[in-house]
Design a protein around this ligand. Structure first.
Ligand code: HEM
Length: 431
């Protein structure tokens, strides 16, 4: 359980998570206890145990986040809840991100991707992670609001950026700190959202985007969601959508750069599609995005290798027994996605980047980049779609080189290549 009070928090957050978990697993097996961020925790590194907590006995384990983080996003955001409220909210989010809904986003996501990469070409150094964050933020805005006035978008982006910084900093109300600035920015976001909502309500058209679904919702008693509940869920979705997708896209560019032969194969796949679309003059179709077999496998393998969400937290709502072990009420429970993804029993030669391993479907419950069960990611299809579209445009329009040291990892809080992967891009046709 580590040192009194701090437990093993420092070890977990100061070293490569692969090393921390692998050392524990080697010593204690697939279930072990520790003490992180002031809480006793049980870590679970087997697919069966992850399924037990997230799916078959999900009702015995509630989602749990530090209070300061819950306040920053907004306590009514769906991922903090269980039961009826969560089920209703989740249906609204799911329908705004369904396969039918996201097909309509394709030309808009393409426009966002193309205008982003136009600013990258020219041989100057670009911070890939920061650029991918702008991209995934704009796609998040698209899925929530459909078309949004550029002034509102910019104001939301500026304030959301401050909230994000505060979320990952030490919670204190001392003026001038990242946390206290974030609290102020969070209040400003509520005000902006309130204006957007008023304007939308004046139009009285039932839009099919997330905001439309949230505004049209009535419960069994005919009650609407409050403005606060709507705002918390909008910020929650932006929060869930941005850094996650941006980190994976950054890893994809790194993995492709490290394997030039694979990059050429991905280029060939995407250029063939580009040719069919009159050299890229016609937009990508939904059918084309569903038929990019190699690029799709590159995305799956990147999700596995990078395992940007290394684990998730739940809390036992009662004493629970699992395979003869007692999980005491109130203890945190952490299914370890990264360990499962890096276990050679399920993924042979796990540290080797090999998209071809996804020619065969992974064994059940061994591939969990989007979680599992009632809280699994409702944005997973949108995330994959936006990654396919971004890769299509990057590899058909640009060539690139990573600048500087190429092997470090930074955690902020998701793992990303060191310094956000500085890269120089050039237009594909120029030398
Ligand atoms: C590559 C990108 C992404 C990854 C790896 C990812 C991963 C995850 C994971 C692992 C969970 C489950 C967490 C848990 O069980 O505690 C989750 C939940 C969630 N994700 Fe994603 N996500 C991604 C992109 C997105 C996008 C683009 C959106 C929305 C546009 C989104 C919206 C959500 C929401 C709302 C939840 C909470 C669901 C609930 O509690 O019912 N995610 N995501």
């Amino acid at each position: 359980m580590g040192w009194p009070c701090v437990g093993e928090t420092l070890q977990l957050y100061s070293q490569d998570p692969n090393v921390f978990f692998a050392t524990k697993q080697k010593r204690y097996g697939e279930i072990f206890k520790t003490h992180i961020l002031g809480c006793p925790c049980i870590m679970l590194a087997s697919p069966e145990a992850a399924r037990f907590v997230l799916v078959s006995r999900a009702h015995l384990f509630k989602p749990t986040y530090p209070r300061s983080k819950e306040e920053m996003i907004g306590p009514s955001a769906l991922f903090f809840h269980q039961g009826d409220y969560h089920t209703h909210l989740r249906k609204l989010v799911q329908s705004s991100l369904s396969l039918v809904a996201i097909q309509k986003f394709i030309p808009h996501i393409e426009a966002i991707a193309v205008s982003a990469i136009e600013t990258w070409a020219g041989g100057h150094v670009v911070n890939t992670y920061q650029e991918m964050k702008k991209f995934s933020f704009n796609v998040g805005i698209l899925s929530i609001f459909g078309h949004l006035d550029v002034n509102y978008r910019e104001e939301l982006e500026k304030n959301y950026c401050m909230v994000n910084k505060g979320y990952n900093s030490f919670p204190t109300n001392v003026p001038g700190t990242a946390y206290s600035k974030a609290i102020v920015a969070r209040k400003r976001i509520s005000k902006i959202l309130s204006e957007i909502i008023s304007k939308r309500m004046e139009k009285s058209v039932a839009e099919k985007d997330l905001l439309g679904h949230l505004l049209n919702y009535r419960d069994e008693k005919g009650q609407r969601l409050t403005e606060e509940q709507i705002a918390d869920n909008i910020i929650g979705v932006l929060f869930a959508a941005q850094d996650t997708t941006a980190s994976v896209l950054t890893w994809i560019l790194k993995y492709l750069h490290d394997d030039q032969k694979l990059l050429e194969q991905v280029k060939a796949e995407q250029k063939a599609i580009c040719e069919l679309n009159d050299k890229g003059k016609n937009p990508l179709t939904w059918a084309q995005t569903r038929n990019m077999p190699l690029t799709n496998k590159v995305i799956l393998e990147s999700l596995r290798m990078a395992s940007i969400i290394s684990f998730t937290f739940r809390e036992a709502v009662t004493d629970v027994e699992y395979k003869g072990y007692l999980i005491p009420k109130g203890w945190k429970v952490m299914p370890l996605f990264r360990n499962i993804h890096h276990n050679s029993e399920y993924f042979p030669d796990p540290h080797n980047f090999d998209p071809s391993r996804f020619e065969v479907a992974p064994k059940p419950n061994t591939f969990l980049p989007f979680g599992n069960g009632v809280h699994s990611c409702p944005g997973n299809e949108l995330a994959k779609l936006e990654m396919l579209i971004m890769i299509h445009h990057v590899v058909t329009k640009l060539r690139y080189e990573v600048v500087g040291s190429q092997n470090g990892i930074q955690y902020g809080p998701f793992p990303v290549p060191q310094h956000g992967l500085p890269v120089k891009f050039w237009k594909e046709s120029s030398n």
